[in-house]
Design a protein. Structure first.
Length: 351
């Protein structure tokens, strides 16, 4: 392994979260195709127990004709969160640790990846009873900066934007005019004309996120009426001034609720919807490409290939800490989506 590969290995963490079966899946008595073995391992499409086969009350010698071959693929990740894991459990194994890097001056990024309905937004935003990791991380950030207050002064600004169809929009101040990306010597990559909302407590954040989420572009598709085809990007700018030197440092934490990873073709999209799909795949593909190239230690990272990767150019690679949370459904009805998500996550995990 080259030095940069090892560096990247230490800097990216891949966690898989398996959501519980929903009521519809339970009602259909759906087979479970993800078996969480322990906190690091899962088996996809496990072997099924050979059920005794009766014909007219007489047990028959087991025949395989009713059984299709199971893949029985073992996957190992930095962490696997099973159906009973709470958002707080996910927070403990994902973003809690990265705040120390942030305090040391490194940008950090967190992605939730997965098909529509796999639990990305539940993980990121959650609800009033189960606040998601964005809220929990911010709560911990305020706790963390308190412990530094003797040496540093802090100013926290947040933004919430969406990348939809390769355009950037402000979710906190909705407008149909897309915003442009700029590179700023102090802030790094910036969205021009975006106002940062200053916040002092994690509580202030909850309403902001909920309202922002309502502004996300949603287009019902055949496959899922609540399908979200946009990438939602929550960014926290931490401005810190060291009291002794009065040196100023700005670090950025980005938390991204990615668009559904299912293929446009699977949702029966045509025309404009199809174009959206193509663009979504472009940003997702491009993100995957950049992560792979960083892993290979490539000199050239194609950040400019998509809006999302341009936006995150200064938050991936180098000493930036990255957490990828892959969300999957355990139901056999999501077999292909789950398989694809696990493969994507496994590729990122090899880094
Ligand atoms: P996505 O954002 O990936 O499309 P959602 O987060 O909206 O998916 O999840 C789909 C549905 O499943 C929602 O109703 C959500 O509340 C529910 N859900 C997802 N993950 C969990 C979980 N871990 N526990 C309970 N309900 C969940
Ligand atoms: Mg969602």
């Amino acid at each position: 392994k080259s030095g940069s590969t090892q560096n990247m290995a230490a800097n990216i963490k891949v966690v898989v979260r398996v959501r519980p079966l929903n009521q519809r899946e339970l009602d259909m008595n759906t087979r479970v195709v993800v078996d969480v073995v322990d906190e690091k391992m899962l088996v996809f499409d496990p072997k099924e127990e050979m059920r005794p086969f009766f014909y007219q009350g007489v047990q028959q010698p087991n025949k395989n004709f009713l059984k299709r071959a199971n893949k029985e693929l073992k996957f190992v990740f930095d962490n696997v969160c099973g159906q009973n894991a709470t958002n707080n459990d996910v927070f403990e194994t994902t973003t809690k640790d990265i705040l120390s890097s942030l305090m040391e001056g490194y940008n950090c990024s967190v992605f939730v990846y997965g098909a529509t309905g796999a639990g990305k937004t539940f993980t990121m935003i959650g609800n009033a009873e189960n606040p998601g990791i964005t809220y929990l991380t911010m709560e911990h950030l305020f706790y963390t900066i308190n412990s530094f207050e003797k040496e540093r002064e802090f100013d926290i600004g947040v933004s919430y934007i969406e990348v939809y169809n390769e355009n950037v929009y402000d979710l906190l101040k909705p407008s149909s005019t897309p915003l442009q990306l700029r590179e700023d010597s102090k802030y790094g990559v910036m969205v021009a004309g975006l106002t940062l909302n200053s916040i002092k407590t994690a509580q202030e954040l909850l309403n902001m996120l909920e309202n922002g989420n309502k502004n996300r572009t949603q287009h019902p598709t055949d496959a899922n009426a609540e399908s979200s085809r946009s990438h939602a990007v929550f960014q926290v700018y931490v401005k810190m001034r060291y009291k002794t030197s009065s040196q100023l440092r700005i670090v950025k934490l980005s938390m991204i609720d990615l668009a559904g990873s299912e293929r446009a073709s699977a949702t029966g999209c045509v025309g404009d919807r199809f174009k959206e799909g193509a663009n979504i795949n472009r940003s997702l593909l491009s993100l995957g490409n950049c992560i792979n190239k960083l892993a290979d230690g490539s000199a050239y990272i194609p950040y400019r290939d998509s809006k999302l990767t341009r936006l995150l150019k200064d938050s991936l690679g180098g000493n930036c800490k990255t957490v990828m949370i892959a969300n999957v459904s355990p139901a056999s009805t999501s077999y292909e989506d789950t398989y694809n998500t696990l493969k994507y996550a496994a590729r990122a995990n090899k880094i």
